[in-house]
Write a protein that binds this ligand. Structure first.
Ligand SMILES: [Fe+2]
Ligand SMILES: [Fe+2]
Length: 362
C-alpha cells in the first residue's frame, strides 16, 4: 500500500523524545502518563466478583488446564549485549520502557482483581495472568538493567497515576491490548526468523513463546465477553468501535516515533502497523461483531493526519509560552476532529462464530 507519510517530520520527534541517560530518567519516563504511554488501571471489583462464566464452562476449563501446564518458565534467559548507535539506543530504550510499563500494568490490574474477588474462576484466572505478566515485566527489566537502567517496580506501582475503567471497558481494552500485543510480538518474531542478521538484541528470541501467553490472556477475555453476550450487542458496539480505533491510532502514532527501531529489523513502521492491524482484526472476529475497515484509504489517511497533528503538538510543547500553549490546544481540537472522522467511517459487521477459542497460528 502506498500511503503518504509524515516520515519527513519524524526526525524532529527523535530529537524531541525525552532522552533516557540515567536510571532516574528511565524511571521518570515509566511513571509519566501521556496520551501515548501505557497507563495503570483500576476497576469495580464487585462486578468482577459476580462474573458467571458457566455458559462457556467447557472452553474455560480447557483454558485453565493450559495455564496450569504453563510451559514458559525457563525460557527467558539473557545473552550478550549489543552495541547500538545513540539514536537507536534511545528508540530501543523507549520501546523497552513502554513495553515494561504495559506488562507491569497488566500485572498490577490482574493482581488487584485477584486480591479483591472470591469468585474461584476469576481468582484463578487472575492468578495465572498476573504470574505471566510479572514474568514478562521482569524479563524486560533484566534487559534494562543490562543498560544500568532498571526500573524500580515498587516505586512505579506507588507513584504512577491509576485510571478507573468500568469492568466492561476493561474487557474491551484489555482484550484488545492482549491480542494486539500478540500480533506485535509475533510479527517482529517472524520477521527476525526470516532475517536473523537483523536480530540486534537477544530479547527478540523469546517473543514467540512470550506472545503465546498474551494470546491466551486475550482468549480469557474473549470467553468472559462471550459469556456476557450483552457486552457485544446494541449500543456497546459503539464502545467496541471506539476502543478498537483508540488502540489502533495510539499504536500508529507511537510506533512512528521509532522509525530506526523498525528499520533495524528490516521493517517499516506503516507496513508493520498494517500487518499488526490485519492480524488483530482476524483474531477479534471471535468476539467483536464490528471491525474497523483497515483497507479503506480514508483510514490510512486519518492515521497519517493524527500522526502529523501529534508531531505538531510535540513541537508546540517544545516551543512553550502562550503561543506554544495555543498551538497545543489547537492540535487537541484537530486531533479530536480527526478521530471523530475516523470513528464514523463505515465498519465491517459480522456474526460471531460458534467456536470461540482460536489458536495462535500467525
Ligand atoms: Fe505480557
Ligand atoms: Fe498479557
Amino acid at each position: 500500500m502506498n500511503t503518504p507519510t509524515a516520515s519527513a517530520e519524524i526526525d524532529h520527534v527523535a530529537l524531541l523524545m525525552d532522552t533516557v541517560a540515567s536510571a532516574e530518567d528511565a524511571n521518570a519516563k515509566a511513571v509519566k502518563s501521556t496520551m501515548l504511554s501505557p497507563r495503570f488501571y483500576t476497576t469495580d471489583f464487585k462486578v468482577m466478583d459476580a462474573l458467571d462464566v458457566s455458559s462457556v464452562r467447557a472452553d474455560w476449563d480447557v483454558m485453565m488446564k493450559e495455564y496450569e501446564g504453563d510451559n514458559n518458565h525457563d525460557h527467558f534467559q539473557r545473552t550478550l549485549m549489543p552495541q547500538l548507535s545513540p539514536e537507536m539506543r534511545q528508540e530501543f530504550l523507549d520501546f523497552l520502557i513502554s513495553s515494561l510499563t504495559s506488562e507491569f500494568s497488566g500485572c498490577i490490574l490482574y493482581n488487584e482483581i485477584r486480591k479483591n474477588v472470591s469468585n474461584p474462576d476469576i481468582k484463578q484466572l487472575m492468578t495465572y495472568m498476573a504470574r505471566d505478566e510479572s514474568r514478562h515485566a521482569g524479563f524486560i527489566n533484566q534487559s534494562l538493567k543490562d543498560f544500568n537502567l532498571g526500573i524500580d517496580l515498587g516505586s512505579l506501582k506507588r507513584n504512577k497515576a491509576y485510571t478507573y475503567f468500568k469492568p466492561k471497558y476493561i474487557f474491551y481494552a484489555t482484550y484488545l491490548s492482549e491480542k494486539i500485543g500478540y500480533a506485535r510480538y509475533i510479527t517482529i518474531f517472524r520477521q527476525l526468523e526470516r532475517h536473523p542478521d537483523k536480530r540486534f538484541h537477544p530479547i527478540f528470541r523469546w517473543f514467540e513463546r512470550w506472545c503465546n501467553d498474551e494470546f491466551r490472556h486475550g482468549e480469557s477475555f474473549a470467553l468472559i465477553m462471550r459469556s456476557q453476550p450483552e457486552l457485544l450487542q446494541g449500543a456497546n458496539k459503539l464502545w467496541i468501535r471506539f476502543f478498537i480505533l483508540a488502540v489502533y491510532a495510539t499504536m500508529y502514532v507511537r510506533d512512528h516515533t521509532r522509525p530506526l527501531l523498525h528499520e533495524a529489523m528490516g521493517l517499516e513502521s506503516t507496513t508493520y502497523d498494517h500487518e499488526v492491524f490485519r492480524i488483530t482484526n482476524d483474531i477479534c472476529r471471535q468476539v467483536f461483531p464490528v471491525e474497523v475497515d483497515i483497507d479503506n484509504p480514508a483510514f490510512s489517511r486519518g492515521l497519517e493526519r493524527l500522526l502529523k497533528i501529534s508531531l505538531a503538538a510535540d513541537r508546540a510543547k517544545q516551543r512553550g509560552g502562550l503561543v506554544g500553549k495555543l498551538q497545543v490546544a489547537s492540535c487537541a481540537v484537530q486531533a479530536a476532529f480527526t478521530f471523530g472522522r475516523l470513528y464514523w467511517l463505515p465498519v465491517k459487521k459480522q456474526e460471531l462464530p460458534q467456536t470461540i477459542r482460536m489458536e495462535p497460528v500467525w
